[in-house]
Write a new protein. Structure first.
Length: 207
């Protein structure tokens, strides 16, 4: 199973690395970071660089497309090479997926019209711009399109995908291997549960 994760300037690291870790541990999966041209791509904090080891042209038909988000998404919406690759690869994929604002790129590629989808809570209503039905859930499966909410939700999405692509026991084994057993010290991971006024402060951290 070939997984391609496109990188673009100012992507959010965990959007890409979380699902990468899940799927790279899975038997029979090969995960490749891709870009218009092979080379280094730096994240939204300017302090972490990942290497795209392949070009879009060299992996035109991956089994899984996994599009990360990040503040750079808004510039990437004008990246025609990226959008064309998503559009052209999607008909041949087994699954086309996104994490966080990566869903906006799926939308811009014309893939979400009439479908339920999710993204980061701060951007959820933007999905309607692309004809999608915004859903405030951790992971949304619509046929072969799977979208995840913000950042850390990409791990949940990748485990959900792995259970479908392989089987539940394999997904559970990977979850145990990476010791993914979240027990956050605060109940502040969602606007529904966070203290009043915290959303504004959180938004200042990501813009």
């Amino acid at each position: 199973m070939q997984v391609a994760i496109p990188l673009y300037p100012r992507f959010t690291a965990l959007d890409a690395v979380g699902p990468y870790t899940v799927l790279a541990f899975a038997p029979g999966f090969t995960v490749t970071f891709v870009a218009a041209e092979p080379g280094p791509v730096t994240d939204d904090k300017g302090s972490l660089t990942l290497e795209a080891t392949a070009s879009y042209a060299s992996i035109p038909r991956p089994d899984v497309i996994l599009v990360p988000g990040g503040i750079g998404t808004f510039d990437a919406l004008g990246d025609q090479a990226l959008l064309d690759w998503i559009t052209e690869a999607h008909p041949h994929s087994r699954w086309t997926t996104s994490v966080c604002s990566g869903a906006l790129l799926l939308g811009a590629a014309g893939l979400l019209d009439g479908r339920k989808a999710t993204t980061h809570w701060a951007l959820l209503e933007h999905l309607a711009t692309y004809g999608a039905e915004p859903v405030s859930e951790r992971t949304v499966v619509e046929g072969k399109i799977v979208t995840a909410a913000g950042v850390s939700a990409g791990i949940d999405m990748a485990l959900t995908l792995l259970a479908q692509a392989s089987d539940v026991e394999t997904a559970q084994a990977v979850q145990l291997a990476i010791e993914y057993d979240p027990q956050p010290p605060f109940n502040a991971g969602s606007p529904r549960t966070a203290p009043a006024g915290l959303a504004e402060r959180a938004l200042q951290l990501i813009v």
